[in-house]
Ligand binder design. Structure first.
Ligand SMILES: [Cu+2]
Length: 79
């Protein structure tokens, strides 16, 4: 997370991999599940906080930061 955005906005990953978000920004953010393969959303992440999710099934994950409108991200998970 940087400049009120998820970077990259769209990521590719494989089942079995773990994705990690790092808040490399000044404001706090969160990672909130919207759709696709289910994961448990993060709590509020202050600057420097890390959050990870293990990818267990294929599909297109959509998530947002609920604090900042337009701060959205996608992970395309393939086998
Ligand atoms: Cu945010």
């Amino acid at each position: 997370m940087k400049n009120i955005a998820f970077i990259p906005k769209v990521a590719q990953a494989k089942v079995g991999q773990t994705v990690q978000w790092v808040n490399d920004d000044a404001p706090a953010h969160n990672v909130t599940y919207v759709g696709g393969p289910k994961f448990t959303s993060s709590s509020l992440m202050p600057p420097g906080a890390k959050f990870s999710v293990k990818l267990t099934q294929p599909g297109t994950i959509r998530y947002v930061c609920t604090i900042h409108p337009g701060m959205t991200g996608t992970i395309v998970v393939t086998k």
